[in-house]
Design a protein around this ligand. Structure first.
Ligand SMILES: [Zn+2]
Length: 287
């Protein structure tokens, strides 16, 4: 069943759990994620990248994800991730997204506030709004750039969320969830990720709205488990899911080409890889 994202997250936090959110560039991955959620009896969030939502086919994918959420036996929410373009937000909501991350984190503070306020005015009261404070380094859709060899690749941590801004930001934007920068990055980490628990705690005491951790791929499970105690109710995964699917496809491709160009069976491996990752993540974040 489709659910309000903020309600899903709040009820998870009441149990000491967090809800994982997975980027779905395609329907195969989304089917695997929802299947894993149904198997574990837990709710889940399907994320759509803004580059996906900016295309006509991407809007059709959102409509399909909404249908999948409606038909699921567990609560599922569909969210437009990291949007800064109001038209893309309106189109995504029109296509069926229930929630939007209105992301002005790369803008000056006042412009960030103004973007979230404008998103609320445009989208109305029913759409759940997440906002982001503090610049998250890295590219959401690519783990490292093509001119960087993978072995040396990685993203260094950029600006941390300034906890002194949190109360004012939440009050003025009316955001229902807050994405924070506390040592997390998008993509591949340069060295060992070091979450700044002191900064996270400082943020958590200044607002009651659920916090969101992006770039969770690469953060050890035992760290993620502690996050719900700091009011982190939503944790976003993308890189690790892609890495697993791509490695599986690379490994399985030759045998499936040889087996009469068997795309159907190859998609089965894709489904299993994404489903196992989603299932393991749900287990990690659930108390
Ligand atoms: Zn993100």
């Amino acid at each position: 069943m489709r659910t309000q994202l903020d309600q899903l997250v709040t009820s998870a936090l009441q149990q000491g759990s967090a809800v994982p959110a997975f980027t779905c560039y395609d329907f195969t991955t989304a089917l695997a994620v929802v299947g894993a959620a149904e198997e574990s009896g837990r709710g889940v969030i399907l994320l759509v990248a803004p580059k996906t939502a900016a295309t006509p086919n991407g809007l059709r994918l959102i409509a399909a994800l909404r249908g999948l959420a409606d038909a699921a036996s567990v609560p599922v929410a569909v969210q437009l991730d990291h949007a800064s373009d109001l038209q893309v937000m309106a189109d995504a909501v029109g296509a069926g997204a229930d929630s939007v991350l209105a992301d002005g984190s790369s803008l000056p503070y006042e412009d960030n506030v103004a973007l979230v306020v404008a998103a609320r005015e445009l989208l109305g009261a029913d759409v759940v709004l997440e906002a982001e404070l503090g610049g998250l380094a890295g590219d959401e859709d690519r783990a490292f750039s093509a001119d960087q060899p993978a072995a040396e690749a990685g993203v260094s941590v950029a600006g941390l969320t300034d906890s002194a801004q949190v109360e004012d930001f939440v009050a003025r934007t009316g955001a229902q969830l807050l994405a924070v920068a506390v040592g997390n990055v998008h993509g591949k980490y340069k060295g060992e990720p070091q979450l700044r628990w002191d900064v996270l705690q400082d943020i958590a005491v200044r607002t009651h709205i659920p916090l969101v951790l992006h770039g969770a791929s690469g953060i050890p499970a035992e760290e993620l488990v502690k996050a719900a105690a700091m009011n982190v109710g939503k944790v976003n995964f993308n890189t690790e899911l892609r890495t697993g699917v791509l490695a599986t496809l690379q490994e399985q491709l030759p045998a499936h080409r040889a087996d009469g160009e068997n795309l159907q069976a190859l998609l089965g491996h894709w489904n299993r890889s994404a489903g196992e990752f989603a299932g393991a993540t749900l287990a990690t974040l659930t108390r």
